[in-house]
Design a protein around this ligand. Structure first.
Ligand code: PMP
Length: 404
């Protein structure tokens, strides 16, 4: 039995009111809420052992270093990386993707091709476009269908010996589609291409096993999975991380510096220039502990029930269209009401204390595909309830009555 009422007690924000109504938070795909276990870890850091890490001889610095490196180990275990030095702590998914794209600047040339999917967040498009502009490599797009799924027969045609890199999200933030990444990784490797998986939307719902996936790079953000903003992870296979040049220069990432030549630190520090988000990294570890205590199978099962219920109820509303109807989905419903702008629905829902996202969700190519300016997106988490979904349905009906 999934005790959602008990879980909700871990999240102080869930008991606040918005516009005089109890908060109903359905913007989890943008950022998740923070349990007190993670808030406590942040307070503990700043109250008891705030210090810069890796270089200090004093006890406080040692304590902070130990806790930070412990967090790296937790991340390594969570994603089942082979080595902890394959985990680079970043400021988030965007940072991880840019780091890898920058590295491939010294590898690609104008005869090469790279493959992106039609379902990407702008973070997994723009850095690669910049890379292609700099190297002359060609960017090709795996198309999507009306259900919001990738057309894999087209992927099979696009992938060739020219393909050097493939970058696809594990789960689409705009539609919730779970992409067939195991197949994509296996087929890409057959032609010698490396694969980066953007796991920003998958990691709140799924526990990825990077060794089992045999993926080359996997990126995620802590703030989507009960952790703080401004911290995330990049997993890279050791051989790739050794091959890629450093991304940023500065303190922490060096072995020795002279004005003639600088040598770089070993992994993972080679990619971690400057003072990192120490507290954020430690809190990321606490967030993983928290989610693993609940368990990802239990989370996925429960969220699937929420998704099924919300989809059924929303479908009953006349004039409502859901975008992204793949059988393989996480708990995201993206929809529009005929003739009504998504922003107007979002504004009315907000008055009722219901937080949803409206707009293009940083995935304009998906909106262009459906020929719409945007959608209303309700994204659920394991601390949401069926009763909250009933309120959403009431709210959408009210918005429909008021606006049509
Ligand atoms: N990729 C996907 C699929 C996302 O949903 C997001 C966040 N909306 C990002 C990348 C970017 O994540 P961040 O802003 O934390 O770097």
């Amino acid at each position: 039995m999934f005790d959602v009422q008990r879980i909700r007690q871990d999240f102080p924000i869930l008991s606040r009111k918005v516009n005089n109504k109890p908060l109903i938070y359905f913007d989890n795909a943008a950022t998740s809420q923070t349990p007190k276990q993670v808030i406590d870890a942040i307070v503990d850091y700043y109250s008891n052992y705030n210090a810069n890490i890796h270089r200090g001889v004093h006890s406080l610095s040692q304590e902070a270093t130990d806790k930070y490196e412990e967090a790296r180990l937790k991340i390594k275990d969570h994603f089942n990386a082979k080595h902890s030095h394959e985990i680079i702590l970043t400021s988030g998914t965007t940072h991880g993707i840019n780091l890898v794209a920058h590295g491939f600047g010294s590898i690609l040339n104008s005869n090469d091709e790279v493959l992106v999917s039609a379902l990407e967040h702008h973070s997994n498009i723009v850095p690669w476009q910049m890379l292609c502009e700099a190297t002359g490599a060609k960017l090709k797009v795996i198309p999507m269908n009306n259900e919001g799924e990738l057309v894999m027969t087209e992927f099979d045609k696009l992938i060739s010996n020219k393909t050097k890199l493939v970058f696809v999200n594990h789960v689409s933030n705009a539609l919730g589609t779970i992409n067939p990444i195991s197949y994509i990784i296996a087929e890409s490797h057959k032609v010698g291409a490396a694969v980066l998986i953007d796991g920003a939307q998958a990691c709140p719902h799924i526990k990825p096993d990077v060794q089992n996936l045999n993926v080359d790079f996997y990126v995620a953000s802590a703030h989507k999975m009960c952790g703080p903003t401004g911290v995330g992870m990049l997993y890279g296979k050791e051989e790739w991380l050794r091959k890629l040049p450093p991304y940023q220069g500065g303190g922490e990432m060096i072995a020795e510096v002279t004005f003639e030549k600088t040598t770089y630190a070993d992994l993972p520090h080679k990619f971690e220039a400057g003072t990192p988000n120490i507290c954020g990294g430690i809190a990321f570890g606490a967030a993983l502990d928290y989610m693993n205590t609940i368990g990802f199978d239990a989370i996925a099962n429960y969220e699937h029930q929420l998704l099924k219920y919300a989809t059924k109820k929303l479908k009953e509303i006349e004039g409502l269209k859901i975008y992204g109807i793949s059988a393989q989905k996480t708990a995201v419903v993206s929809f529009n009401l005929e003739g009504i702008h998504p922003y107007d629905i979002g504004t009315i829902l907000d008055k009722m204390g219901i937080a949803v996202r409206t707009g293009h969700h940083c995935a304009q190519p998906i909106m262009d595909f459906f020929k719409i300016p945007g959608t209303v997106r309700a994204s659920f988490s394991f601390y949401n309830t069926i009763e909250e979904i009933d309120c959403l349905i009431d709210g959408v009906m009210k918005a429909k009555d008021m606006l049509s």
